[in-house]
Every structure is written in structure tokens, then in C-alpha cells.
Design a protein around this ligand. Structure first.
Ligand SMILES: CC(C)(COP(=O)(O)OP(=O)(O)OC[C@H]1O[C@@H](n2cnc3c(N)ncnc32)[C@H](O)[C@@H]1OP(=O)(O)O)[C@@H](O)C(=O)NCCC(=O)NCCS
Length: 236
């Protein structure tokens, strides 16, 4: 298969955004936080994801893509985009240490980009802002409870493989770029998934164990996220 795993570049961003949007179209958290279907603006959502990717690149976060090699003829690419998998991590940040000034500056740049997107698209593209902050609060409570390692965790923020390429080992390859680095450093990894089946089985095969659940309740609508930790295989 003419696919390689490489660090994300700026040029990959539109294709990586498309890959995530497609893979998360049936994601329970996505449906809970964008609950007003008629208000969903896919272009506003793409702009937001692109802003987050630029943030990740500027902060040197470990973000990897699975993509067709550049010499693959376009007509041999069965998907409509060269990126067929994305794995987007945040590096460990010890909670006792202040956020580096460079990350702090990028936080502000991201806020300004999102403000610009709000103006350009006339709003947040259907994001239920109240639910978003509700999730953020529950997530923070859970991290405070289960992130017991003072050195922090490699946080797998997003992983997506194109549906036509699943079950072929790409997800494992994408995760292992960072989980093997974590093993060498003796560091733990963490992820959250709102899709229980088959993701929990898949992540267990990749060395993760369930540690908690995050339940976000808004009236009659609930969203549950499964929190999993992977301890390092070889201690540093
Ligand atoms: C989760 C996801 C990234 C996995 O990617 P993938 O390329 O299909 O995974 P792999 O083929 O590398 O499989 C990894 C392991 O899980 C196993 N596996 C894959 N699909 C499985 C399934 N449906 N049931 C049981 N096991 C499965 C594989 O056999 C493999 O184990 P092994 O290496 O020990 O044989 C992919 O399913 C996906 O993009 N899902 C939609 C988006 C999503 O839910 N993202 C996660 C939100 S946190």
C-alpha cells in the first residue's frame, strides 16, 4: 500500500480536515455538541479545525497523517483526498509547571483566528456553545481526578482513519508513532472516545485501559465519553 505516516505539514491541513470531518460524521459527541442539524456549517467547522491544526503546528505538537505517497497517480487514490488518517496529540504538560509563553501566545492567536471565523461565517456554525463549555468543565474535573502522573500525559486529541481504510493497521501505525516514543520516555498516554463500539476494543488492543467515564447531561440529551490511559511498556 503506497501510504506513509508522516508529520502533518501546512499543505496537508485541508485534506486532514476533510478526513476528520468524514470520520466523525457519526460520532456521538459531535452530534451532541452540534445538535442543531440545520444550523451546522461545514465550512465554519473546517475553518475551526484548520485553526486548531495551525495552533498544533506552531506549538510543535505531535500530529501525524497517513497519506498516499506523492508519486501515487491521482487516479489510483480511491478516496477524494490524499490524507486517509490523522492522529493529533498534545505533548505532556506537567500541571505544576506554568504554560510556556510560546503556547500562551499561540492560545491568543487561536482565539483571534476563531473570532475572525465567527465574523467571517456569522457565528459558530451550529456549535452549541453551552454544551461545549459543559463538556469542557466535566473534562477538566475528570483530568484533575485521573491524571495522577505529575509529568503529564500524551493526550490523543483526535484519531481518524477513512472508513474505506479501516481495519488495515493504519490506526495502529498512527498511534504507535507517539505511543512508542512515550514508551521510550516512560510516559503515559491518554484518550477520550464517545464511540464505545468498536473503539474501546481497538484502543485496548493498542494498550489503553478504561479509567473513567465523562457524562455530559443537557436536559434529556446525554453524551458519554470513555476515558482511557495507556501506561508505558518500558519504564525510563
Ligand atoms: C478508531 C480508528 C482510528 C481505528 O483505526 P483503524 O485503522 O481501523 O485501526 P487498525 O486497523 O490499526 O486496528 C487496530 C487494532 O484494532 C483491531 N480492530 C480494528 N477494527 C476493529 C473492530 N471493528 N473490532 C475489533 N477490533 C478491531 C485491529 O485488529 C487491530 O488490532 P491488532 O493490530 O492487534 O490486530 C478508526 O476506526 C476510526 O477512524 N474510527 C472513526 C473515528 C473515531 O471514532 N475516532 C476515535 C474518536 S476518539
Amino acid at each position: 500500500m503506497a501510504i506513509e505516516i508522516l508529520p502533518l505539514t501546512k499543505e496537508d491541513i485541508p485534506s486532514a480536515v476533510a478526513c476528520i470531518q468524514k470520520a466523525f460524521a457519526d460520532d456521538p459527541y459531535f452530534h451532541w455538541v452540534f445538535n442543531n442539524k440545520s444550523g451546522f456549517n461545514i465550512h465554519r467547522n473546517a475553518a475551526s479545525l484548520a485553526a486548531h491544526f495551525l495552533y498544533g503546528l506552531s506549538c510543535n505538537e505531535p500530529i501525524f497523517v497517513a497519506k498516499y505517497t506523492t508519486n501515487t497517480p491521482r487516479d489510483k487514490i480511491p478516496t477524494d483526498s490524499p490524507v486517509v488518517g490523522v492522529c493529533w496529540w498534545y505533548s505532556p504538560q506537567p500541571p505544576s509547571e506554568p504554560v510556556p509563553w510560546s503556547v500562551w501566545a499561540q492560545d491568543w492567536i487561536l482565539s483571534f483566528r476563531q473570532l475572525y471565523n465567527n465574523i467571517r461565517f456569522g457565528g459558530r456554525g451550529g456549535l452549541n456553545v453551552r454544551r461545549y463549555w459543559l463538556w469542557k468543565a466535566r473534562q477538566q474535573e475528570t483530568h484533575d481526578r485521573v491524571w495522577t502522573d505529575p509529568r503529564g500525559y500524551y493526550f490523543c486529541n483526535v484519531i481518524a482513519v477513512d472508513s474505506s481504510m479501516r481495519g488495515m493497521g493504519l490506526g495502529r501505525k498512527l498511534v504507535e508513532v507517539v505511543s512508542q516514543q512515550a514508551d521510550r520516555e516512560g510516559m503515559p498516554c491518554y484518550l477520550e472516545s464517545s464511540k464505545g463500539f468498536p473503539n474501546l476494543i481497538i484502543y485496548e488492543k493498542l494498550g489503553f485501559e478504561m479509567v473513567s467515564e465523562i457524562e455530559c447531561v443537557d436536559g434529556k440529551d446525554k453524551c458519554k465519553l470513555y476515558c482511557m490511559i495507556r501506561q508505558p511498556k518500558i519504564k525510563a
